[in-house]
Design a protein around this ligand. Structure first.
Ligand SMILES: [Mg+2]
Length: 314
């Protein structure tokens, strides 16, 4: 929600639109429609935070419009307040059943309109906030596994339908258990936070998603837009973590804390993109077994697997 919430007023009678608009003037960004079809077009074009909806309209009426809004993922969460005439009292129950959050009766009382709109915008703001928090990892502040799973399902399905490649990197901090055991949980948590931030910063392009995948495991989905190759990107991640200059605990490991990566670029073989997840996981395991501080990568359209070493090996 922007600084000024956006309210859409839908009523086939311009006089009613005017009364509602005057009641809400100043505090909101207002948009108007005198028909259901026009309202749908506006909702598709603009981010609308709340809708005041007349029930009785020619053509697409209030109920039909509400059904359409509830059927779409992007519009189903917009709170809708029905505006009904006093002789349509029976409609109110139907309205709540259909998913309206409240109703206002005509003739319109401006203080009541303002109070109801304020209340429902505030409820929506709190709901959005809770939802956002539920998608963020509490320790590192980046996207959590739930967010990753949702995003993956969406992008894999789209890439599968369009026959486009998806790029995924699964990342694991090397010898993290030793780090945690040696320094303790406080520094261990701090290490996770710093690695998460470094990975996130390295993947700053719009549309990239960096998520905490498990304990010391992270995942990056790269945007679908064309960009530098996956190998260069993996090198960037290896360097970003190495440049944190966090000490390794084990004498047989690199000087600085390192990561291992399994990276895949491929058109998904199914809508759920499971094959890509499994490949990345297998390649990550190979990177670990091969000596860590490296990325094992499977390129688009080739069966070849490449190994990229972190800089301390070069
Ligand atoms: Mg009407």
């Amino acid at each position: 929600m922007t600084s000024r919430p956006s309210v859409l007023i839908v009523d086939d009678e311009p006089a009613n639109v005017r009364v509602l608009a005057e009641a809400l003037q100043g505090a909101y960004e207002l948009r108007f429609a005198t028909g259901g079809e026009r309202a749908l077009a506006l909702v598709a074009q603009h981010a609308i935070d709340l809708i005041l909806l007349d029930v009785v309209m020619p053509g697409l009426d209030g109920f039909a419009l509400l059904r359409r809004l509830k059927a779409e993922l992007v519009t189903r969460e917009i709170p809708v307040i029905f505006v009904t005439a006093r002789d349509e009292v029976g409609e109110e129950e139907r309205g709540f059943d259909a998913g309206a959050v409240d109703y206002i009766t005509k003739p319109i009382s401006p203080p009541i309109v303002r109070a109801r709109v304020r209340t429902h915008l505030e409820l929506k703001r709190q709901r959005d906030l809770l939802e956002q928090r539920a998608l963020i990892d509490g320790l590192t502040g980046i996207a959590n596994r739930r967010r990753f799973d949702e995003e993956w399902a969406r992008r894999a399905a789209r890439a599968f339908e369009q026959g486009r490649a998806l790029r995924l990197l699964l990342i694991d901090i090397d010898h993290f258990k030793d780090y945690n055991d040696y320094y303790g949980h406080g520094p261990g948590d701090e290490c996770l936070r710093r690695v998460a931030a470094a990975l996130q910063e390295a993947g700053q392009a719009a549309g990239d998603l960096t998520a905490r995948y498990g304990g010391e495991e992270f995942a990056v989905i790269l945007d679908d837009a064309p960009r530098g190759d996956l190998a260069a990107y993996a090198q960037k991640l290896l360097a970003a973590v190495r440049n944190l200059a966090l000490p390794q605990v084990r004498a047989d490991a690199t000087t600085w804390l390192s990561i291992s990566i399994g990276a895949v670029e491929r058109v998904p073989g199914s809508r759920d993109g499971r094959d890509i997840l499994e490949s990345a996981d297998r390649l990550l395991y190979e990177a670990k077994r091969g000596g860590r501080n490296r990325c094992v990568l499977a390129d688009t359209d080739t069966t070849a697997v490449r190994v990229l070493l972190g800089e301390e090996f070069i």
